[in-house]
Design a protein around this ligand. Structure first.
Ligand code: ZN
Length: 356
Protein backbone atom coordinates (compact mmCIF):
# COMPACT_ATOMS: atom_id res chain seq x y z
CA UNK A 1 0.00 0.00 0.00
CA UNK A 2 1.35 3.37 -0.99
CA UNK A 3 -0.25 6.55 0.26
CA UNK A 4 -0.68 9.21 -2.37
CA UNK A 5 -1.41 12.58 -0.76
CA UNK A 6 1.20 15.32 -0.93
CA UNK A 7 1.36 18.07 1.66
CA UNK A 8 1.03 21.55 0.08
CA UNK A 9 3.08 23.09 2.90
CA UNK A 10 6.13 20.88 3.39
CA UNK A 11 5.81 19.46 -0.18
CA UNK A 12 6.53 15.96 1.13
CA UNK A 13 4.11 13.04 1.25
CA UNK A 14 1.37 13.26 3.89
CA UNK A 15 2.61 9.92 5.28
CA UNK A 16 6.11 8.50 5.52
CA UNK A 17 6.22 4.71 5.84
CA UNK A 18 8.56 2.85 8.19
CA UNK A 19 8.66 -0.88 8.80
CA UNK A 20 9.16 -2.31 12.26
CA UNK A 21 10.09 -5.97 12.67
CA UNK A 22 7.77 -7.93 14.94
CA UNK A 23 8.75 -10.77 17.26
CA UNK A 24 7.07 -13.29 14.96
CA UNK A 25 9.38 -12.38 12.07
CA UNK A 26 6.80 -10.30 10.19
CA UNK A 27 6.94 -6.56 9.81
CA UNK A 28 4.55 -3.92 11.06
CA UNK A 29 3.99 -1.01 8.73
CA UNK A 30 3.63 2.41 10.32
CA UNK A 31 2.83 5.56 8.37
CA UNK A 32 3.99 8.70 10.13
CA UNK A 33 2.16 11.90 9.14
CA UNK A 34 4.18 15.00 8.18
CA UNK A 35 4.29 17.71 10.92
CA UNK A 36 1.48 19.85 9.45
CA UNK A 37 -0.87 16.90 9.00
CA UNK A 38 -0.06 15.54 12.44
CA UNK A 39 -0.76 18.92 14.05
CA UNK A 40 -4.10 19.18 12.22
CA UNK A 41 -5.05 15.64 13.23
CA UNK A 42 -4.20 16.38 16.85
CA UNK A 43 -6.29 19.52 16.67
CA UNK A 44 -9.15 17.49 15.24
CA UNK A 45 -8.92 15.15 18.23
CA UNK A 46 -9.11 18.09 20.63
CA UNK A 47 -12.26 19.30 18.88
CA UNK A 48 -13.71 15.81 18.93
CA UNK A 49 -13.24 15.64 22.69
CA UNK A 50 -15.68 18.52 23.00
CA UNK A 51 -18.22 17.73 20.31
CA UNK A 52 -17.57 14.20 19.21
CA UNK A 53 -18.87 10.85 20.25
CA UNK A 54 -17.23 8.70 22.90
CA UNK A 55 -15.67 5.27 22.55
CA UNK A 56 -18.36 3.61 24.65
CA UNK A 57 -18.22 1.56 27.84
CA UNK A 58 -16.48 -1.49 26.33
CA UNK A 59 -13.37 0.20 24.87
CA UNK A 60 -10.40 0.66 27.20
CA UNK A 61 -7.42 1.40 24.94
CA UNK A 62 -6.58 4.99 24.01
CA UNK A 63 -9.56 6.24 26.00
CA UNK A 64 -9.03 9.17 28.32
CA UNK A 65 -9.30 8.13 31.97
CA UNK A 66 -9.21 4.38 31.32
CA UNK A 67 -6.27 2.01 31.46
CA UNK A 68 -5.24 -1.58 30.83
CA UNK A 69 -5.40 -2.11 34.60
CA UNK A 70 -9.07 -1.07 34.63
CA UNK A 71 -9.73 -3.61 31.93
CA UNK A 72 -7.82 -6.35 33.76
CA UNK A 73 -9.78 -5.62 36.94
CA UNK A 74 -13.02 -6.07 35.05
CA UNK A 75 -12.02 -9.68 34.33
CA UNK A 76 -10.35 -10.43 37.64
CA UNK A 77 -11.77 -12.80 40.21
CA UNK A 78 -11.52 -16.46 41.06
CA UNK A 79 -14.97 -17.33 39.78
CA UNK A 80 -14.24 -16.19 36.23
CA UNK A 81 -13.19 -19.61 35.11
CA UNK A 82 -12.86 -18.84 31.42
CA UNK A 83 -11.01 -16.03 29.78
CA UNK A 84 -11.29 -15.93 25.99
CA UNK A 85 -9.09 -13.67 23.89
CA UNK A 86 -8.70 -12.88 20.25
CA UNK A 87 -7.17 -10.06 18.31
CA UNK A 88 -7.79 -8.24 15.07
CA UNK A 89 -5.44 -8.54 12.14
CA UNK A 90 -4.04 -5.20 10.98
CA UNK A 91 -6.92 -3.39 12.71
CA UNK A 92 -6.14 0.23 11.75
CA UNK A 93 -5.72 -0.60 8.09
CA UNK A 94 -9.27 -1.96 8.01
CA UNK A 95 -10.84 1.24 9.36
CA UNK A 96 -12.70 2.88 6.46
CA UNK A 97 -14.66 6.12 6.02
CA UNK A 98 -17.78 3.93 5.72
CA UNK A 99 -17.22 2.79 9.33
CA UNK A 100 -17.33 6.39 10.49
CA UNK A 101 -20.56 7.02 8.58
CA UNK A 102 -22.02 3.84 10.09
CA UNK A 103 -21.19 4.84 13.66
CA UNK A 104 -22.67 8.29 13.18
CA UNK A 105 -25.89 6.62 12.01
CA UNK A 106 -25.66 4.21 14.94
CA UNK A 107 -25.48 7.29 17.17
CA UNK A 108 -28.65 8.57 15.43
CA UNK A 109 -27.10 11.54 13.68
CA UNK A 110 -29.29 12.76 10.80
CA UNK A 111 -27.98 12.91 7.21
CA UNK A 112 -27.71 16.72 7.45
CA UNK A 113 -25.80 16.49 10.73
CA UNK A 114 -23.43 13.94 9.22
CA UNK A 115 -22.84 16.15 6.17
CA UNK A 116 -22.13 19.10 8.42
CA UNK A 117 -19.58 17.09 10.36
CA UNK A 118 -17.80 16.22 7.11
CA UNK A 119 -17.39 19.87 6.10
CA UNK A 120 -14.01 21.49 6.49
CA UNK A 121 -14.21 23.79 9.53
CA UNK A 122 -12.59 27.23 9.65
CA UNK A 123 -9.71 26.16 11.85
CA UNK A 124 -8.67 23.68 9.13
CA UNK A 125 -9.45 25.96 6.17
CA UNK A 126 -7.34 28.72 7.69
CA UNK A 127 -4.64 26.52 9.22
CA UNK A 128 -1.27 25.26 7.98
CA UNK A 129 -3.00 23.00 5.45
CA UNK A 130 -5.20 25.72 3.99
CA UNK A 131 -3.93 25.00 0.47
CA UNK A 132 -4.97 21.35 0.54
CA UNK A 133 -8.09 20.54 -1.51
CA UNK A 134 -9.75 17.92 0.76
CA UNK A 135 -11.47 15.89 -1.99
CA UNK A 136 -13.23 13.84 0.70
CA UNK A 137 -13.97 16.62 3.18
CA UNK A 138 -12.83 15.83 6.70
CA UNK A 139 -12.13 12.24 5.66
CA UNK A 140 -9.11 13.56 3.75
CA UNK A 141 -7.65 14.74 7.03
CA UNK A 142 -8.07 11.52 8.98
CA UNK A 143 -7.79 8.75 6.37
CA UNK A 144 -4.82 7.94 4.14
CA UNK A 145 -5.49 7.60 0.43
CA UNK A 146 -3.79 4.80 -1.43
CA UNK A 147 -3.11 3.74 -4.97
CA UNK A 148 -5.15 1.26 -6.95
CA UNK A 149 -8.64 2.51 -6.13
CA UNK A 150 -8.74 0.86 -2.71
CA UNK A 151 -10.67 2.64 0.03
CA UNK A 152 -8.71 5.03 2.26
CA UNK A 153 -7.74 3.72 5.69
CA UNK A 154 -6.61 4.92 9.13
CA UNK A 155 -2.81 5.11 9.13
CA UNK A 156 -1.03 3.43 12.02
CA UNK A 157 1.00 6.49 13.05
CA UNK A 158 -1.80 9.06 12.84
CA UNK A 159 -2.84 10.37 16.29
CA UNK A 160 -6.49 10.13 15.18
CA UNK A 161 -6.37 6.43 14.27
CA UNK A 162 -6.91 4.81 17.71
CA UNK A 163 -9.93 7.08 18.15
CA UNK A 164 -11.17 6.14 14.68
CA UNK A 165 -10.73 2.45 15.46
CA UNK A 166 -12.70 2.83 18.69
CA UNK A 167 -15.51 4.54 16.79
CA UNK A 168 -15.44 2.00 13.96
CA UNK A 169 -15.86 -0.81 16.49
CA UNK A 170 -18.32 0.86 18.84
CA UNK A 171 -21.40 -0.74 17.30
CA UNK A 172 -19.68 -4.15 17.23
CA UNK A 173 -18.79 -3.73 20.92
CA UNK A 174 -22.41 -3.01 21.82
CA UNK A 175 -23.71 -5.92 19.77
CA UNK A 176 -21.13 -8.32 21.22
CA UNK A 177 -21.93 -7.29 24.78
CA UNK A 178 -25.64 -7.60 24.01
CA UNK A 179 -25.20 -11.11 22.59
CA UNK A 180 -23.46 -12.15 25.79
CA UNK A 181 -26.19 -10.56 27.88
CA UNK A 182 -28.99 -12.23 25.94
CA UNK A 183 -27.57 -15.68 25.34
CA UNK A 184 -24.51 -16.01 27.51
CA UNK A 185 -23.79 -16.96 31.07
CA UNK A 186 -25.15 -14.22 33.28
CA UNK A 187 -21.80 -13.01 34.50
CA UNK A 188 -20.07 -12.87 31.10
CA UNK A 189 -18.10 -9.69 30.43
CA UNK A 190 -16.85 -8.19 27.19
CA UNK A 191 -14.07 -5.65 26.72
CA UNK A 192 -11.74 -4.39 24.02
CA UNK A 193 -8.30 -2.83 24.32
CA UNK A 194 -7.57 -1.33 20.88
CA UNK A 195 -7.41 -4.55 18.79
CA UNK A 196 -7.36 -7.01 21.66
CA UNK A 197 -10.72 -8.48 22.69
CA UNK A 198 -11.26 -10.23 26.02
CA UNK A 199 -14.37 -12.05 27.22
CA UNK A 200 -14.49 -13.64 30.66
CA UNK A 201 -17.13 -15.80 32.22
CA UNK A 202 -17.98 -18.42 34.77
CA UNK A 203 -19.63 -20.69 32.23
CA UNK A 204 -18.21 -22.38 29.14
CA UNK A 205 -21.09 -21.23 26.88
CA UNK A 206 -19.18 -17.99 26.42
CA UNK A 207 -16.59 -19.84 24.31
CA UNK A 208 -19.23 -20.90 21.78
CA UNK A 209 -20.73 -17.41 21.73
CA UNK A 210 -17.34 -15.86 20.99
CA UNK A 211 -16.70 -18.26 18.12
CA UNK A 212 -20.19 -18.38 16.60
CA UNK A 213 -21.51 -14.89 17.26
CA UNK A 214 -18.92 -12.34 18.36
CA UNK A 215 -16.10 -13.14 15.92
CA UNK A 216 -18.54 -13.19 12.95
CA UNK A 217 -19.77 -9.74 14.09
CA UNK A 218 -16.27 -8.35 13.62
CA UNK A 219 -15.93 -10.11 10.26
CA UNK A 220 -19.24 -8.69 9.11
CA UNK A 221 -17.81 -5.23 9.79
CA UNK A 222 -14.77 -6.02 7.60
CA UNK A 223 -12.33 -6.68 10.42
CA UNK A 224 -10.16 -9.77 10.07
CA UNK A 225 -9.45 -11.98 13.03
CA UNK A 226 -6.51 -14.19 13.83
CA UNK A 227 -8.81 -17.17 14.41
CA UNK A 228 -5.89 -19.51 14.97
CA UNK A 229 -4.66 -17.24 17.75
CA UNK A 230 -7.96 -17.22 19.64
CA UNK A 231 -7.10 -18.35 23.14
CA UNK A 232 -9.24 -19.92 25.79
CA UNK A 233 -7.57 -19.80 29.19
CA UNK A 234 -8.89 -21.80 32.08
CA UNK A 235 -8.42 -20.07 35.36
CA UNK A 236 -7.28 -22.92 37.59
CA UNK A 237 -4.00 -21.94 39.10
CA UNK A 238 -4.79 -18.26 39.15
CA UNK A 239 -2.23 -16.92 36.71
CA UNK A 240 -3.77 -15.11 33.84
CA UNK A 241 -2.83 -12.15 31.78
CA UNK A 242 -5.22 -9.65 30.25
CA UNK A 243 -3.66 -7.05 27.98
CA UNK A 244 -0.30 -7.70 29.61
CA UNK A 245 -1.60 -7.24 33.14
CA UNK A 246 -1.66 -10.26 35.43
CA UNK A 247 -5.17 -10.25 36.83
CA UNK A 248 -4.66 -12.80 39.55
CA UNK A 249 -1.17 -11.82 40.49
CA UNK A 250 -1.14 -8.07 40.31
CA UNK A 251 1.07 -7.46 43.30
CA UNK A 252 4.31 -9.30 42.66
CA UNK A 253 7.52 -7.33 42.65
CA UNK A 254 8.74 -8.91 39.46
CA UNK A 255 5.66 -7.79 37.66
CA UNK A 256 5.95 -4.21 38.88
CA UNK A 257 9.57 -4.01 37.76
CA UNK A 258 8.81 -5.30 34.30
CA UNK A 259 5.80 -3.09 34.12
CA UNK A 260 7.93 -0.08 34.99
CA UNK A 261 10.31 -0.83 32.15
CA UNK A 262 7.49 -1.42 29.70
CA UNK A 263 5.74 1.74 30.82
CA UNK A 264 8.92 3.73 30.42
CA UNK A 265 9.59 2.27 26.97
CA UNK A 266 6.04 2.91 25.90
CA UNK A 267 6.23 6.54 27.05
CA UNK A 268 9.42 7.13 25.08
CA UNK A 269 7.99 5.32 22.06
CA UNK A 270 4.81 7.41 22.10
CA UNK A 271 6.81 10.62 22.39
CA UNK A 272 8.87 9.60 19.37
CA UNK A 273 5.81 8.56 17.40
CA UNK A 274 3.50 11.46 18.19
CA UNK A 275 6.00 14.23 18.85
CA UNK A 276 4.19 15.09 22.10
CA UNK A 277 4.76 14.22 25.74
CA UNK A 278 2.06 13.20 28.21
CA UNK A 279 1.25 16.82 28.93
CA UNK A 280 0.63 17.31 25.20
CA UNK A 281 3.70 19.51 24.87
CA UNK A 282 5.88 19.41 21.77
CA UNK A 283 8.92 17.17 22.14
CA UNK A 284 12.25 18.66 21.19
CA UNK A 285 14.03 16.40 18.70
CA UNK A 286 17.40 18.10 18.91
CA UNK A 287 20.35 15.86 19.62
CA UNK A 288 21.17 16.28 23.33
CA UNK A 289 17.55 17.29 24.04
CA UNK A 290 15.21 15.66 26.57
CA UNK A 291 14.04 12.72 24.46
CA UNK A 292 17.58 12.08 23.29
CA UNK A 293 18.68 11.67 26.90
CA UNK A 294 15.68 9.48 27.72
CA UNK A 295 16.64 7.15 24.88
CA UNK A 296 20.19 7.12 26.11
CA UNK A 297 19.16 6.27 29.69
CA UNK A 298 16.84 3.56 28.44
CA UNK A 299 19.61 2.26 26.24
CA UNK A 300 21.91 1.98 29.22
CA UNK A 301 19.22 0.28 31.28
CA UNK A 302 18.45 -2.46 28.81
CA UNK A 303 21.88 -2.74 27.24
CA UNK A 304 22.59 -6.40 26.72
CA UNK A 305 19.13 -7.46 27.91
CA UNK A 306 18.73 -11.11 27.06
CA UNK A 307 16.05 -13.73 26.93
CA UNK A 308 17.19 -15.05 30.30
CA UNK A 309 16.50 -11.72 31.99
CA UNK A 310 12.75 -11.87 31.35
CA UNK A 311 11.83 -15.13 29.68
CA UNK A 312 8.11 -14.44 29.34
CA UNK A 313 8.44 -10.87 28.32
CA UNK A 314 11.67 -10.51 26.45
CA UNK A 315 9.98 -10.78 23.05
CA UNK A 316 7.72 -7.86 23.79
CA UNK A 317 10.52 -5.83 25.36
CA UNK A 318 12.75 -6.53 22.40
CA UNK A 319 10.01 -5.70 19.93
CA UNK A 320 9.31 -2.39 21.66
CA UNK A 321 12.96 -1.48 21.86
CA UNK A 322 13.49 -2.17 18.18
CA UNK A 323 10.47 0.00 17.41
CA UNK A 324 11.98 2.80 19.52
CA UNK A 325 15.23 2.52 17.58
CA UNK A 326 13.51 2.61 14.17
CA UNK A 327 11.08 5.46 14.90
CA UNK A 328 13.80 7.30 16.85
CA UNK A 329 16.21 7.12 13.96
CA UNK A 330 13.66 8.70 11.64
CA UNK A 331 13.21 11.61 14.05
CA UNK A 332 16.78 12.82 14.37
CA UNK A 333 19.10 14.26 11.71
CA UNK A 334 21.04 11.56 9.87
CA UNK A 335 24.46 11.02 11.40
CA UNK A 336 23.25 11.92 14.90
CA UNK A 337 23.81 8.93 17.15
CA UNK A 338 22.77 8.79 20.80
CA UNK A 339 25.21 5.94 21.54
CA UNK A 340 28.15 7.99 20.32
CA UNK A 341 29.76 8.01 16.91
CA UNK A 342 31.16 4.79 15.51
CA UNK A 343 28.74 2.60 17.48
CA UNK A 344 25.45 1.00 16.47
CA UNK A 345 22.48 3.40 16.61
CA UNK A 346 21.50 2.44 20.16
CA UNK A 347 22.06 -1.15 21.25
CA UNK A 348 19.99 -4.04 20.02
CA UNK A 349 18.52 -6.43 22.57
CA UNK A 350 20.17 -9.80 22.29
CA UNK A 351 18.67 -13.15 21.55
CA UNK A 352 20.39 -15.84 23.58
CA UNK A 353 23.42 -16.87 21.57
CA UNK A 354 23.59 -13.64 19.53
CA UNK A 355 26.79 -11.73 19.44
CA UNK A 356 27.23 -8.04 18.89
ZN1 ZN B 1 3.57 18.66 5.53
Amino acid sequence: MITTQICPTCKGPFYRTVYIPKANGKRRRIEIPCPELMAAQRNFLQHEKLTGIGAGPYAFGCVLGKSAVDMARMHAGRNRRYVIRFDLKDAFHNVRPSHLLDVLRFERFTTEEIERRMEIPDWVAEGALSKYRYPRGMFSLIFAEREGGYPPYAAMGAPTSPYMLNLALKEVDFKAAKALRNFGPEDARYSRYVDDIVVSSEGAQAIVLVKKVIIPLFEKHDFKINRAKTKVMRNKSGRQSVVGVMVNDMTTLEYSKRNKLRGWMHRVYMMLLTGKNEKEEEVDFDPEGYIWHEMRKLNGFIDGWTQAAAPEHWKKIREKWNAICIVGKSRFPSGANPSGSGRPWLNPILVEGDSR
